[in-house]
Write a protein that binds this ligand. Sequence first.
Ligand SMILES: Nc1ncnc2c1ncn2[C@@H]1O[C@H](COP(=O)(O)OP(=O)(O)O)[C@@H](O)[C@H]1O
Ligand SMILES: [Mg+2]
Length: 294
Amino acid sequence: MIEAPRRKPIANPFPAPAGKGIRKQKHSTNEIMTASQQSNPPPAPDAAVPALRLEQVGRRFGALQAVRNVTFDIARGERRGIIGPNGAGKTTLFNTICGDFPPTEGRILLFGEDISRLKPHLRARQGIGRTYQTSLLFTGLTVLENLFLAVRGAMPNRLSLLKPGAGDAALAKARDLAERVRVSNIAAEKIDTISHGQRRQVEVGMALASDPKLLMLDEPAAGLSAGERPELVKLIQDLPRDLTLILIEHDMEVALPNSDIVTVMKDGEVVVENTPDRIADDPVVQAIYLGGAH
Ligand SMILES: Nc1ncnc2c1ncn2[C@@H]1O[C@H](COP(=O)(O)OP(=O)(O)O)[C@@H](O)[C@H]1O
Ligand SMILES: [Mg+2]
């Protein structure tokens, strides 16, 4: 996938994050406790199964190894940030997880089940929802119509629409989604008349249409003005805490305060994994972000 040129680097990519989590050594995914794990009692047996497990996941495009040997667990309810320079392989990693470009190496387990070879729509049915870095909205339709189509698309059986009341139920759900992502007031507006930030909110609503257990957001704040960003951040913060979230984000001001653990990628590999406060101080991360690597 060819991406649009990146906007200019942010001036101060290392704001002090909200203090979260117990500090642990980097490169030790399994040792790191998330903020939510620390405050909870010992997990029930099945809660010990991670929401997502990546085992030596790789993705080749011809000669290009876009993702290499990625291994990590994401706990249930965890909020994971994935950061890294342009071309690091973040979106490709998302694509291996949601199935758009399945992994060429390794395994992906969703709540303990191997989904590595499943088609994208079956992964969605297993509980994965995502947004795309490039908008997929129907610009000529209204906010509510876009949400309605997403709800309909998420229905397991299209024929179920023929059942009496199914259309009404889908519409009610679309309205509910509009409420959840704070776009009810513009539900009747066409997409091409609303702001960039509002479009991003609608996209999150569409990703929620299938009631995912794992939500993946690909650079939701990209291109947003400083004025639009707080609304989106609020929306992310207000997502239910039992929803496992992966947030790819170039903007550290969005990524760090909204993550329990941050994974840093470069050249297709994971280079650092740690709590947000440690990420900000990490010399490797500073070298990547301040050393002109992006
Ligand atoms: N569908 C594809 N075909 C060929 N190369 C791809 C494809 N998708 C991504 N790539 C390449 O994989 C590398 C990682 O890209 P990407 O995952 O988009 O990085 P990021 O999201 O971190 O900016 C880049 O070199 C990119 O050009
Ligand atoms: Mg990307």
